[in-house]
Design a protein around this ligand. Structure first.
Ligand code: NDP
Length: 483
């Protein structure tokens, strides 16, 4: 009998005996569960007892508990280091703190876990193999790490609308990060799309700069918490328009100039002249990498087993927004992370992990060598930049950033590393737009992070999005090839 036939018979028998849900659990288990034998852990280098993928509150709280259990814990931070909280402003619902900036909270958490000895790697997981044990994780920079147990805390990604003009003007007025771009809309009119807590957060951020902020809600009411909606009364420049859907984003080729808005109540289409379109329409869980190996539900979240943080695969745990389409609160994510770490520690103990094995793995762990970085000169005037561009023999790359822009700050170490790598061929400069806004104005930079590249005094490239170390390296290599 062929293997396929045997599989079909087993599936039919399982459904008959266990019912549909029991059978599906059994099939998941049987399909990909590798054998766990602690002796195998001592055969190869670079095996870490606990690897955590992600760097938001779920990931770092898990890290804290892993390290406190005296288990070597490595966090692979990903390209959105610090997670979604670094893109909000003040948080007023973190237990024990009346008010704290999202970035401050994440910096405090990071400092705390590092004090306990957690290693944080600035790299992103691009591939996993959970059919083998120790589990294998490959990073964007080409490193392969093996883990006895893994906690997935990859969070979620802001949704986009898929309407005409959205892609074309992304980073040129269309964005999801008011914290980053609000200062570029000083005395201008902007719209925020969405009716949840995030839409209110974004609008409040923008209200300090923009002349007028209109929140466009597609339905007849907002779903944001009542306490958040109350905040709007303090901002006369914020208006909420219901039954309003953006149909397209309009621009002049280089920047957003307006949006076409459909009013479903009056059945009319009108154009709003705005300089910014801020999306706050919810998030999708970052579970794609794992769908081959784990049970994922219809919303894309990783399915949890009972009240634990166990996934459908033994040894793999998950926590935070990637598992949660219901609560989606930083405090809940942190609690999930703690539970996931306790589950992971129990898993290791059940499978014979000991201090002796821990010591042997530690000896065979070849930790990442810290990357060399260049000191990038900070430009303060347009004249200074012009002199350098005029005198340059090769490429000049200018990184526009600001300390209040989390994705810019995450990108800075990668820029410094690439600047070191190409020190002989490319001159890197940086501009802090919060201290030199006139430079951003001179070079028409409407959003940060932004990179401008000059060759022989001419602007040859402009890049308006956050880049990983690898993407940046490829970007520079291509420019060098074309120059
Ligand atoms: P939500 O899922 O809560 O809200 C998304 C909003 O976008 C809804 O109003 C939805 O409309 C609207 N929307 C979805 N798709 C479209 C579309 N295609 N066109 C127009 N509008 C659309 O997401 P949030 O990011 O606001 O919040 C996520 C979670 O994070 C929540 O649990 C929230 O409480 C939490 N959060 C908490 C904060 C705080 O406490 N300070 C701050 C920010 C977020 P509809 O209502 O019609 O479905």
């Amino acid at each position: 009998m062929s293997q396929n036939k045997i599989i079909k018979i087993v599936v039919v028998m399982a459904i008959v005996l266990l019912g549909a849900s029991g059978a599906s659990a059994l099939i998941w288990h049987w399909r990909s569960q590798p054998t766990i034998d602690m002796r195998k852990a001592l055969e190869t280098n670079d095996i870490v007892p606990l690897i955590i993928v992600g760097s938001g509150p779920a990931a770092l709280s898990a890290g804290l508990y892993g390290a406190r259990a005296k288990i070597k814990t490595v966090v692979i931070a990903g390209n959105e280091r610090g997670g979604a909280l670094t893109k909000t402003s003040y948080i007023e619902n973190w237990p024990g703190r009346t008010k704290i900036l999202g970035t401050d909270l994440m910096n405090d958490l990071q400092e705390q876990v590092q004090q306990f000895g957690v290693e944080i790697i600035n790299d992103s997981v691009v591939k996993v193999d959970f059919n083998v044990w120790p589990f294998e994780l490959t990073t964007e920079n080409g490193k392969t790490l093996r883990a006895l147990t893994v906690i997935i805390a990859t969070g979620s990604t802001p949704r986009t609308l898929g309407i005409p003009g959205e892609k074309e003007y992304w980073g040129k007025g269309v964005t999801t990060c008011a914290v980053c771009d609000a200062p570029f809309h000083k005395d201008k009119e902007v719209i925020v799309i969405g009716g949840g807590d995030s839409a209110i957060e974004e609008a409040v951020q923008l209200a300090s700069y923009a002349k007028k902020v209109t929140i466009l809600v597609r339905g007849a009411s907002m779903r944001a918490a009542a306490s958040m909606q109350d905040r709007l009364h303090e901002y006369p420049s914020i208006e909420v328009k219901f039954n309003s859907q953006v149909r397209s984003v309009i621009g002049d080729g280089s920047q957003v100039t307006g949006a076409e808005v459909f009013d479903s109540k009056s059945d009319t289409l009108s154009t709003m002249p705005v300089s910014g379109v801020f999306l706050a329409i919810g998030h999708d869980p970052n579970s794609k990498l794992f769908k081959k190996f784990l049970k994922i539900d219809a919303e894309g979240t990783i399915a949890m087993s009972d009240r634990t943080q166990a996934t459908s695969l033994k040894g793999i745990f998950a926590a935070g927004d990637v598992t949660d389409h219901r609560y989606r609160q930083a405090g809940v994510a942190a609690g999930d992370g703690i539970k996931a770490a306790l589950d992971a520690v129990a898993f290791l103990q059940e499978h014979g992990f000991s201090t002796n094995i821990a010591a042997q793995l530690e000896k065979r762990y070849v930790s990442g060598v810290p990357e060399e970085r260049a000191e990038i000169p900070l430009m303060k005037t347009v004249a200074e930049i012009k002199d350098i561009i005029d005198a340059a023999q090769g490429l000049v790359v200018i990184d526009f950033y600001a300390p209040h822009c989390p994705s810019c700050m995450r990108m800075l170490p990668a820029v410094e590393a690439v600047a070191h790598q190409f020190a002989d061929q490319v001159a890197f400069l940086k501009v802090d737009t919060s201290i030199s806004p006139e430079i951003a104005q001179e070079y028409h930079v409407p959003t940060i992070p932004c990179m401008l590249v000059f060759n022989e005094k001419q602007l040859v490239a402009r890049y308006n999005q956050s880049m990983s170390r690898k993407q940046l390296e490829e970007f520079i290599l291509k420019l060098l090839k074309d120059s």
